[in-house]
Ligand binder design. Structure first.
Ligand SMILES: [Fe+2]
Length: 372
């Protein structure tokens, strides 16, 4: 069964998204193409991948370590352990297929697919995320305990974030092929009932703090160091008081910049196209690029993020915080390419309509020729 066969996407978005958990039962997936224990152990050993592990000894003490790991440490481990690998959507066909089914949700909110491999009885403790997460069980069984309105207070002096108080109101057992959607700020505690693999498809929530932080940084960039608010002074009999009129003019002065629609849209474009991994600038002139592209295909950096925003009737493409103004036809082609698998070849001569954008993206290191 596909994800939105059992509940329509509209019902899901209206009733559950960012409101309450939902259980998808018996989702079709191919065990053969999905991530296996051997794949995770391979990722554990290779420093290329972003991995970490959380251990809990018999006394209940926690320890968190970043990868790489010698894979035998998991097999020989007496303590409970949870191994976590990030960004797995780039490497496994079945994860890509499940992610495709979620593309009825905005791709610009998507973060990554984290694979969790754990021993019987393991957990990472009861906690809260700022994320929307769809967690699919692909090996073994995992019990989930949930609490709707937890107190956001964490135990002190622990290497893991574990709630001080957790009073679950719901218990759910996930078997292979089941998936749970957990909204942001819903406390959750997953305990493996056997050797277990689960996949967490994470979608960002738009946190006020992040938006304000980003807007303020952009606003600071916008202001020249010599710009200031010009006070129109009059003789005063109360020199220690900031009067109402000055306050309201000062507020108006600052709000004027914040309420600029173009500034706001561009800031949101940059914020929502920020890549996890910066790319390296390539010094290449246009002739060299063309010459090289005759013989060699381009590839896309696997961590590239992009979004489109219409500003003043023009389409703006934001890629890793860089901005391009493009046409409707170019939007279709560029969207197609930026959604490519990172192994897919991009052949310049087949794409005359976006030749220049491909050149610019190559200079930014977002596209690259193999071997560079
Ligand atoms: Fe979580």
């Amino acid at each position: 069964m596909k994800l939105f066969d059992q509940i329509s996407i509209n019902e899901f978005l209206n009733e559950y998204w960012e409101k309450k958990p939902y259980i998808f039962r018996n989702i079709s997936f191919s065990k053969e193409n999905s991530i296996k224990v051997e794949d995770l152990l391979m990722m554990a050993e290779d420093e290329y991948y972003e991995t970490r592990a959380i251990f809990q000894n018999l006394k209940g003490d926690w320890d968190v370590q970043d990868g790489p790991f010698a894979s035998k440490i998991f097999k020989e481990q007496k303590n409970k352990w949870t191994f976590i690998a990030h960004n797995t959507e780039h490497y496994f066909l079945d994860i890509k297929n499940i992610k495709k089914q979620l593309e009825v949700l905005p791709t610009w909110l998507f973060d990554d697919v984290m694979a969790t491999y754990s021993s019987t009885g393991s957990s990472v403790g009861a906690h809260i995320d700022n994320y929307n997460v769809f967690i699919m069980q692909t090996l073994g069984t995992r019990k989930w305990l949930l609490q709707q309105n937890p107190i956001h207070d964490y135990q002190e002096k622990l290497p893991v974030r574990i709630l001080k108080e957790f009073i679950p109101d719901t218990e759910i057992m996930l078997e292979e092929g089941d998936m749970i959607y957990i909204p942001p700020h819903f406390a959750h505690h997953g305990i493996s009932q056997s050797e277990s693999i689960s996949l967490s498809f994470g979608y960002k929530s738009l946190e006020n703090k992040t938006i304000i932080d980003h807007l303020c940084v952009n606003l600071l960039d916008k202001y020249k160091s010599d710009s200031f608010f010009k006070t129109k002074l009059q003789k005063t009999n109360d020199p220690g008081t900031i009067d109402k009129e000055t306050l309201s003019k000062l507020k108006e002065h600052i709000q004027h910049d914040l309420s600029d629609d173009v500034f706001f849209a561009k800031s949101m474009g940059a914020l929502n196209s920020e890549s996890k991994r910066p790319t390296e600038i390539l010094e290449i002139n246009h002739d060299e690029f063309q010459e090289h592209a005759k013989e060699n295909p381009l590839f896309k950096d696997e961590f590239v993020r992009h979004c489109f925003i219409e500003i003043d009737s023009k389409i703006h493409l934001f890629v890793n915080k860089n901005e391009f103004i493009i046409t409707n036809t170019q939007k279709e082609t560029l969207n197609h390419i930026l959604n490519f698998d990172h192994h897919t070849e991009i052949v310049l001569k087949d794409l005359p309509e976006i030749h220049n954008e491909l050149y610019e993206l190559t200079k930014l290191g977002i596209l690259f020729f193999d071997g560079e």
